[in-house]
Design a protein around this ligand. Structure first.
Ligand SMILES: NC(=O)c1ccc[n+]([C@@H]2O[C@H](COP(=O)([O-])OP(=O)(O)OC[C@H]3O[C@@H](n4cnc5c(N)ncnc54)[C@H](OP(=O)(O)O)[C@@H]3O)[C@@H](O)[C@H]2O)c1
Length: 298
């Protein structure tokens, strides 16, 4: 693994999260190679009324790649991993570290066939960013990632050292990733109602959300994750005290008619529930609804 800051870094999927990371690297003179789907000659990050341009052609075909990278940030949606596989084939060599910037808890499994597991780094992405209709990205909040405390993660931390993207290496990474998963799972209710955070103050929705979060918690605990009984109420409370118009990326995708990350955010609870014999009656209703909303037919 290359531990020099002078690394060859690529960002695959220069969308909301990928553009943020690319901009943070560019700002300190470490402009990454950009690999995407839509051709662009630069990326733009909007932040607090400021705008930053990341120069550089967005490559749109893995055939344009002539050498492997030391570090790849994979920031496509989980539903796009298969289509983006050619990028990893072209960019990943024996020593390449792949940092998967995606929601869920299955980041390593998703790319296991394309990089050696010890070189794959899952991430919890804490910052909200949103692609705008003009192709720019709006970052809302401080850029921050949590990674597990591993040798490969230290390569990622080093690449981002001195940038405005904070990196925490956490010994309790799995616990943090599961907590974020619970938050994402319950946010899925917004994609079904087409409503934003404000809906969680309704007593009926609050009751459903709490029951669903407790179901998710039971599965987490069965997986050996030490999240306490207070967590469902804490997560619900955050949604209730958030601005009423705060959305979630699964709602944005739903409104745009795009495929939803329902399986990594919600399906996972039902799948692991079955493995551990934990009943998941709420998931058993929510997941088919989200899956059908995402993938049809009809
Ligand atoms: N956005 C957030 O606030 C946030 C926060 C936490 C976690 N996350 C997670 O981060 C991950 C990325 O989300 P995002 O919001 O950044 O998604 P996004 O804005 O949709 O970005 C995905 C990017 O991947 C590109 N892409 C799609 N297929 C590709 C392919 N075959 N090859 C190369 N590039 C391809 C897309 O290109 P096009 O421009 O052509 O669509 C887009 O630029 C998701 O798992 C999400 O759940 C997001």
């Amino acid at each position: 693994m290359n531990t020099e800051i002078n690394m060859a870094v690529a960002v695959v999927g220069p969308g909301a999260i990928g553009t943020t990371i690319a901009a943070m690297l560019h700002e300190v003179g470490r402009t990454p190679l950009l690999c995407g789907r839509t051709p662009r000659d630069h990326l733009t990050l909007q932040e607090d009324g400021r705008s930053m341009t990341v120069p550089g052609l967005v490559r749109t075909s893995p055939k344009q790649i002539t050498r492997t990278a030391d570090l790849v940030f994979l920031a496509v949606k989980a539903t796009q991993i298969e289509a983006a596989a050619g990028w990893l084939t072209a960019l990943v060599g024996q020593q390449t570290v792949v940092c998967v910037l995606q929601n869920g808890i299955e980041q390593v499994d998703k790319v296991r066939s394309q990089a050696s597991p010890g070189h794959i780094v899952p991430a919890v992405v804490w910052f909200p960013a949103q692609a705008q209709s003009d192709g720019s990205v709006r970052l809302r909040g401080e850029a921050r990632l949590t990674l597990p405390d591993t040798a490969a993660a230290r390569v990622v931390a080093q690449a981002l050292q001195g940038t405005r993207c904070a990196v925490d290496l956490a010994e309790n990474f799995s616990t943090l990733a599961w907590r974020k998963l619970l938050q994402n799972a319950v946010a899925g209710l917004m994609a079904l109602t087409h409503r934003r955070s404000g809906m969680f103050v309704r007593a009926d929705i609050a009751g459903l959300a709490l029951a669903y979060l407790r179901e998710c918690l039971a599965v987490a605990n069965a997986e050996g994750i030490e999240l306490g009984v207070e967590v469902p109420q804490e997560i619900l409370g955050k949604f209730q005290s958030a601005p009423a118009d705060m959305g979630t990326s699964i709602l944005t995708d739903r409104e745009a008619g795009r495929p939803l990350e329902w399986d990594i955010r919600n399906g996972i609870i039902a799948r692991l529930g079955r493995v551990h014999g934990v009943p998941t009656p709420i998931s058993d209703i929510l997941v088919p609804l989200l899956a059908a909303a995402s993938d049809g037919p009809g």
